[in-house]
Design a protein around this ligand. Structure first.
Ligand SMILES: [Zn+2]
Length: 272
């Protein structure tokens, strides 16, 4: 009786993890939230993921954001760009595209079109569209999603619920930016812990990896999440809001945006 078993597993999970870890620690958890979502993976094959307790509000209504995040990361996957992708990968990307279109979500806004340019392809000059990333739109749509990934990982690793009014800085990097920004690479390598998902022979490190540093004694966390070895984001978290003051100017100057959580609103952006 698989349904019965599933219900019992959920009950047990909620007994051990009774409070939602995504909105400050005051609302009862009613479900298990998975991070990253299945849609991020080829053929939706996610090895046993990071599972965290979520309340109704925090677990619902994020399917659209999951799809957009999957679209953004798949669209820059090196294997797809270089034409080295396997059939399964193409198929998964096409499915994500269809899902996004069916939900009437625009993906155009993520990109800015710089018009036609000529590129040398195997000795022949061909017209190509030159496309850039619209950072504002990517941040608007995907930063709250990124914050959720951070809260889930932190809880998974520390079992500490991030309190209300904590401050989380987030910034996405496109594939090109990562290749050209050596400081980002140096920063990433300074985070000592590495994590991916694997289960039996299924290892997801080509599709998902995270480097991080959780310092529970100071209440700070630093994270670099990477998907499909393409797009990625950095996040810096302060569980004591006053500690964030010291870092704020520097973070905002380097195009990070800041977020917080509350039981009333869930994840929200702090306006400067
Ligand atoms: Zn919640």
């Amino acid at each position: 009786m698989p349904n019965r078993n599933r219900a019992t597993r959920l009950e047990q999970f909620l007994k051990q993890n009774p409070i939602c870890c995504l909105c400050g620690g005051t609302r009862p958890a009613t479900s298990r939230e998975h991070a990253p979502p299945r849609v991020m993976f080829v053929d939706k094959q996610r090895p046993k993921g990071i599972e965290v307790p979520a309340c109704d509000r925090c677990n619902l209504g994020t399917a659209n954001a999951d799809q957009l995040a999957a679209f953004f990361c798949f669209s820059q996957a090196l294997s797809l760009l270089e034409g080295k992708a396997k059939k399964r990968e193409f198929r998964s990307f096409k499915k994500v595209l269809t899902a996004v279109a069916n939900n009437n979500q625009s993906t155009q806004k993520f990109f800015t079109d710089f018009g036609t340019m000529f590129a040398n392809v195997n000795g022949v000059f061909r017209p190509m569209r030159k496309v850039g990333i619209n950072k504002k739109a990517v941040g608007d749509e995907l930063n709250p999603w990124a914050v959720k990934q951070v809260l889930a990982l932190w809880y998974n690793k520390t079992k500490i619920i991030v309190p209300e009014n904590s401050v989380i800085f987030v910034r996405w990097f496109s594939l090109i930016e990562q290749k050209t920004n050596s400081r980002a690479e140096t920063l990433r390598k300074s985070f000592p812990s590495f994590s991916t998902l694997s289960q039996g022979k299924l290892n997801a490190d080509r599709q998902f990896s995270v480097r991080f540093k959780c310092e529970t004694e100071f209440g700070t966390g630093q994270f670099h999440f990477s998907y499909h070895r393409s797009a990625s984001f950095f996040a810096l978290m302060f569980l004591k809001p006053e500690a964030a003051d010291i870092a704020r100017n520097g973070m905002l100057q380097t195009n990070f945006r800041q977020y917080s959580i509350s039981s009333e609103q869930g994840i929200y952006e702090i306006q400067r």
